[in-house]
Write a protein that binds this ligand. Structure first.
Ligand SMILES: *[C@@H]1O[C@H](CO)[C@@H](O)[C@H](O)[C@H]1NC(C)=O
Ligand SMILES: *[C@@H]1O[C@H](CO)[C@@H](O)[C@H](O)[C@H]1NC(C)=O
Ligand SMILES: *[C@@H]1O[C@H](CO)[C@@H](O)[C@H](O)[C@H]1NC(C)=O
Length: 506
């Protein structure tokens, strides 16, 4: 195949643009501080140990003990005073962990009685009990039976393809890294920016290489195609870059996330790669399926065996020329229908997530998703941090436990406290939290009404990090309280730190 790559002029404006963006960002940050009425505190840039708060103006801040200093991270954006709780969990690896269908009940409460109000600008000292150090918060671990970590995933038989911009590939390294690093998978990216330089592409490949990801960046073979069409046109490139090891070709969106690469390898192993095979996830939206078709939706991840891709190769140009549909996944589906005998196989765990708003009902439903999508656009979820737990106890990701009759841990996502408790019957239903959620019953399962105001208090995970062999999960509830008793509520965040340690059963 003769391939003429599009010409791309070299841009000298990059640095200027970055400088301007940087300046604007700083100004925005400072302006935001001025406008924030509450006690929210920000560290000044340049690490000069000063902070601005509406209370005290500019003041010197005092470091906290190493155990607590992480609370002062700028990206957390916590209020200066926070309500802080720490709980410890011992995950005991066990062969016969309860099935995820039922929620395991634990007698002891998860949040417990002691909570400290900490001043993050003053050594994280406890304002609420100044005579009893925060470190004295009991961390008697609660024991939970968990499954073993999954074996290391081998995806050396898969080539993944995406079409997107340079900046989105730069920004998404933590998420791609979660499921691609060390798997042996090939990752091929069409970079669609007009002005990207060879040096920028090389630098990007090196960044991925440093994360043990084998990324190859290329330019489109036809620049007239928009990014949606590129997601279909990439078929030619995926064949070009496949090796004798490649059995599966996957086309993904730049915001497709796989919580467990091992589960993807298992999914593929359960299908015959020697036969033409087309597998993926339907949209959860019946409206979308009625309109766009019964097909593999791109965001959920589309998997095709090599024999199918080879059949399609000679029809790519025809399909691009004939198709009325210009979406990559629709083009692919029509092309497969028009030129092959292969039937689409829908996999329920592959999620396009065509829902908007608050998806907590989905994440708290006890599901084990094979893929997630739209997590930084239609809804917001820190998927890579959420799925961190999967590296330690595999199937425990989004597994649920009930504590003290009223609190549910949806592992990696949230801790929810239900004022009137919650029954197993209710937990069997999905909470209808997102827009028009009741309309999704037919595709997602039975629903219950969204909890009323004040009936449910939820702490959402904002971070997860390995610390000395244990895993620290950080959950936050942006709340308010009247600390100085002046009759006016001020913003005060609540933080729950969960510390996971791991041990074998006996
Ligand atoms: C590129 O795409 C345009 C628009 O679809 C088409 O007219 C042109 O022939 C294509 N060029 C190549 C080299 O395929
Ligand atoms: C996979 O498909 C090939 C080709 O149809 C067939 O020869 C082989 O027996 C199949 N393997 C399994 C395990 O079914
Ligand atoms: C598939 O065939 C239909 C009917 O002939 C046609 O309208 C459509 O454009 C074709 N699509 C592709 C992608 O080939």
């Amino acid at each position: 195949m003769l391939v003429t790559r599009c010409h791309s002029p070299i841009s000298h404006r990059g640095i200027t643009v970055i400088f301007i963006i940087g300046t604007v960002f700083l100004l925005t940050l400072l302006a935001k501080q001025e406008h924030n009425r509450g006690t929210r505190q920000y560290e000044l840039p340049f690490g000069i140990g000063l902070a601005i708060s509406a209370q005290d103006g500019v003041h010197a801040v005092k470091q906290c003990s190493p155990e607590l200093d992480y609370l002062r991270r700028k990206e957390y954006g916590l209020t200066r005073n926070v309500v802080y709780r720490k709980r410890c969990i011992r995950g005991v690896y066990s062969q016969d962990v309860n099935s995820r269908d039922s929620v395991t009940e634990v007698e002891s409460p998860l949040l417990g009685s002691r909570a400290d109000v900490l001043d993050l600008d003053d050594e994280c000292k406890s304002i609420s009990s100044p005579n009893s150090p925060v470190e004295a918060q009991s961390c008697e671990p609660i024991t939970l039976q968990v499954s073993e970590p999954f074996p290391t995933a081998d995806l050396s038989n898969v080539i993944f393809g995406v079409a997107t911009t340079l900046s989105r590939l730069q920004d998404s390294i933590p998420q791609f890294s979660h499921w691609l690093s060390g798997t042996g998978a090939l990752f091929l990216a069409i970079v669609v920016d007009d002005s990207v330089t060879d040096d920028e592409l090389d630098a990007l490949e090196s960044m991925y290489e440093a994360h043990d990801i084998s990324l190859t960046t290329i330019r489109p073979w036809n620049c007239s195609f928009d990014v949606n069409e590129q997601h279909f046109a990439i078929l030619h490139d995926l064949i070009d870059y496949s090796t004798h090891e490649t059995q599966w070709v996957a086309i993904i969106d730049d915001d497709t996330f796989f919580p467990s690469p091992y589960s993807i390898s298992q999914l593929l192993a359960s299908h015959n790669a020697s036969e033409p095979t087309y597998i993926g996830g339907l949209s959860e939206s019946q409206g979308a399926v009625a309109y766009f078709g019964h097909m593999a939706y791109g965001g959920a991840g589309v998997f095709m065996s090599m024999p199918l891709v080879e059949q399609l190769d000679s029809h790519v140009e025809d399909c691009l020329a004939q198709s009325i549909t210009r979406q990559g996944d629709g083009l692919l589906n029509d092309c497969i229908r028009n030129y092959t005998q292969t039937e689409f196989i829908a996999i329920p765990g592959l999620h396009q997530l065509d829902m908007r708003g608050d998806l907590s009902g989905f994440y708290e439903s006890g599901t084990f998703p094979l893929s997630l999508h739209h997590w930084k656009s239609w809804h917001q979820a820190p998927v890579d941090k959420m799925a961190k737990i999967a590296s330690f106890c595999g199937d425990c990701f989004l597994q649920r436990w009930k504590f003290g009759g009223d609190s549910i841990l949806a592992n990696g996502y949230s801790i929810s406290q239900y004022q009137d408790g919650i029954s197993q019957g209710e937990l069997d239903l999905i909470e209808a939290t997102w827009e028009e959620a009741m309309g999704y019953e037919a595709t997602m399962g039975r629903m219950r009404e969204k909890s009323g105001d004040g009936k449910k208090k939820s702490y959402r995970l904002i971070d997860a990090e390995e610390v000395d062999g244990s895993l620290r999960q950080v959950f936050v509830l942006h709340g308010a309280s009247d600390m100085d008793l002046d009759g006016e509520e001020e913003a005060m965040d609540e933080v729950v730190e969960l510390r996971w340690e791991w041990s074998k059963s006996d």
